[in-house]
Design a protein around this ligand. Structure first.
Ligand SMILES: C[S@@+](CC[C@H](N)C(=O)[O-])C[C@H]1O[C@@H](n2cnc3c(N)ncnc32)[C@H](O)[C@@H]1O
Length: 263
């Protein structure tokens, strides 16, 4: 299946995700499936009106409100069109994980837990066209949801989904990175060490400082080096000439990141 992010042509095709832009506050990411109808505050649009149109074109809802058809980014799709039933990784943390774990085209990456598959999809997108993400999830209902999300994006051929408790062990060897987003990563650090190639990176996301201490200590104990504990704060700005300032509200906390290298 082709990736929903590859712009195969300039026309919207059946199954594509599209961003319907009304204004900077009101835009929606929908999947163009024949027969589907989308209801917004601005009115109703049917998928049949979108399919075959060129990106950049405008169209009107049934009450005459105009919107533009925009090609969405990976971030737009994952965070606006995917279904979620678990806590999910935030874009800022996913971006840092990709860069610091050295994940790119051709990488072999182990991930646990899969959760809603937000990070799985982002990792799969990064490892294309020759890499693989092996993702472990203990709860089958979350694994099925993640499969559906990742398949909708069209990157499922780069993912091996495993309904398994990762504390029982990691099957893959000589992988480039192990990414853990689960409650007790210290239980998995030893398996991660055995699974990684020399120079491979362990990346853990944990929401509390108590978990941070435990995972750092276990990484050091398991023989990892260059163990770093980090937190990434992202602040948005309200930009208006002469009165530019930070937004009043922000996401004050997502979690901490631990990166460690197998020597
Ligand atoms: C916070 S969610 C992961 C969210 C995911 N990173 C995302 O962005 O959608 C944590 C997941 O880890 C799973 N999990 C917890 N312990 C696990 C284990 N030992 N093996 C496999 N999965 C586990 C949970 O069932 C849950 O779905």
């Amino acid at each position: 299946m082709r990736s929903r992010l590859r712009c195969a042509g300039l026309l919207v095709q059946e199954g594509d995700f599209v961003l319907l832009y009304f204004n900077d506050r009101r835009w929606y990411v929908v999947r163009a499936r024949r027969g589907a109808r989308y209801s917004f505050n601005e009115g109703v649009i049917s998928a049949d009106e979108i399919i075959g149109r060129a990106y950049g074109e405008s169209l009107k809802t049934h009450i005459g409100v105009e919107c533009r058809i925009v090609k969405p980014t990976l971030c737009d799709i994952v965070y606006n069109a995917f279904k979620r039933r678990t806590q999910v990784i935030y874009p800022k943390d996913a971006a840092l994980i990709i860069l610091k774990a050295g994940i790119g085209p051709g990488s072999r990456v182990v991930e646990a837990g899969t959760g809603s598959g937000f990070l799985t999809a982002i990792l799969a997108y990064a490892v294309r066209p020759t890499g693989t993400v092996y993702t472990y999830e203990v709860r089958s209902e979350f694994l099925e949801l993640a499969k559906a999300n990742v398949a909708a994006l069209g990157v499922d051929s780069f993912v091996v989904f495993k309904n398994k408790d990762v504390r029982e062990g990691i099957d893959e060897r000589e992988v480039d990175a192990v990414v853990l987003d689960l409650a007790d990563p210290w239980e998995v650090v030893g398996h991660a060490h055995a699974s990684l190639r020399s120079g491979g990176v362990l990346a853990c996301f944990v929401p509390t400082v108590n978990q941070l201490e435990k995972v750092v200590e276990s990484a050091r104990g398991a023989g990892f080096v260059m163990v770093e504990a980090e937190e990434l704060l992202l602040r948005k700005y309200k930009v208006s000439r002469g009165e530019t300032r930070p937004e009043m509200r922000m996401v004050g906390h997502t979690g901490y990141l631990v990166f460690a290298r197998k020597p």
